[in-house]
Design a protein around this ligand. Structure first.
Ligand code: NAI
Length: 338
């Protein structure tokens, strides 16, 4: 029996599709246990000794306290089955000698295509048309949109997802301007112009966020930034909720400065997303206000959710875990953070 078959992975925030895809691609024989609960200080102590790896998702909270508890339980690896890692205290992981890995690029196109879907829905109001026609209401009143062709799209963050989004928007015949501290030469050759953040947001008819949430860029979209934008701008956020100040955004939706908002992520999403709360009273007035606007589209962190992405997430996560458990060289491997 391979040494890997004696290793145990405990999954947090596990959904039925996690079980399906991880079981299917477990070519290593790992013992796997799937817990539905989030990981956080409330539950870390329940991890049983003998757990080698914990596998977490976007809303699990790996604070220094949680990491210390995991270390005391003998956990060796924290495997993020996502790209972003703003929810993990990497310094604490280093301090306690835990390795941390992620899936840096499972399907950039999945997220980019969802951002485009949100933009098209908001602009052409297909969500309203769908409901209207089901009621035999074929009136077009209130459904008017605008051509994306010739419009200016600002892309904040031109890494893997941002670059995929830029290419799609170029295909629509848009002018694409971008802000990223690291410029992508291939995109420049394709005609994308890099400008400072305050310049791109001034020029844009549509702004799409594709940068990670870091200690420096929280509330990148706040009252001051919104005041500099064109009146009626459309903002799309498929990155991280903390990039947008929700209160300021609600004010700007009320006074019409923001023309439409599409968000797949929300700053307080941890207590809401990935759950069926249809029978509950939601104690979050901001999300309720957002949902009430006719020009706001909220999806529950589903931009990544394609067949291709789920296969890649399972295969890549298990492969990286197997390398780390066997102490194979991982220098310059973008999957390994610590
Ligand atoms: P990436 O690492 O390939 O690219 C990120 C880019 O953002 C880099 O080029 C970086 O230089 C740039 N950047 C960093 N700080 C910036 C700032 N303050 N302003 C402008 N640009 C900045 O990451 P990737 O794969 O493109 O993912 C981007 C983000 O998308 C992730 O960090 C994650 O938060 C989010 N995401 C959301 C998913 C969803 O289902 N909604 C799924 C996967 C990722």
């Amino acid at each position: 029996m391979s040494i890997l078959a004696t290793m145990k992975i405990l999954f947090f925030s596990a959904k039925p599709y996690d079980n399906t895809f991880f079981e299917r691609y477990n070519h290593y024989g790992f013992e796997m246990e799937f817990w539905e609960t989030h990981l956080g200080p409330h539950i870390a102590d329940a991890v049983k000794p003998g757990t080698d790896v914990i596998c977490v998702f976007v809303n699990d909270k790996l604070t220094a306290e949680v990491i210390k508890t995991l270390f005391e339980k003998g956990v060796r690896i924290i495997a993020l089955r996502c790209a972003g890692f703003n929810n993990v205290d990497l310094d604490a992981a280093r301090k306690y000698g835990l390795r941390v890995c992620r899936v840096p690029a499972y399907s950039p196109e999945a997220v980019a295509e969802h951002a485009v879907a949100m933009l098209l829905t908001l602009n052409r109001k297909t969500h309203k048309a769908y409901n209207r026609v089901r009621e035999q209401n074929f009136s077009l009143t209130g459904l008017i949109g605008f051509n994306l062709f010739g419009k200016t799209i600002a892309v904040i963050g031109t890494g893997k997802i941002g670059a995929a989004f830029c290419k799609i928007m170029l295909g629509f015949g848009c002018k694409v301007v971008a802000f990223d501290p690291f410029e992508n030469d291939d995109l420049k050759l394709r005609g994308i112009e890099y400008l400072p953040f305050h310049e791109v947001i001034k020029l844009a008819d549509v702004i799409s966020l594709h940068c990670p949430l870091t200690a420096e860029n929280g509330y990148l979209i706040n009252a001051a930034a919104i005041a500099a934008m064109k009146k009626g701008v459309i903002i799309i956020n498929t990155s991280r909720g903390g990039l947008i100040n929700t209160k300021d955004t609600i004010e700007a939706l009320k006074n019409g400065r923001i023309g439409a908002l599409g968000i797949d992520v929300y700053e307080q999403e941890q207590k809401l997303f990935f759950k069926d709360l249809s029978g509950s009273i939601i104690d979050d007035d901001e999300i309720q206000r957002l949902i009430s606007f006719p020009n706001v589209l909220v999806t529950g962190h589903q931009a990544f959710f394609t067949q291709e992405a789920l296969v890649e997430i399972a295969e890549s996560t298990l492969h990286t875990i197997s390398k780390l458990l066997q102490n194979q060289a991982v220098d310059n491997d973008p999957s390994v953070l610590v």
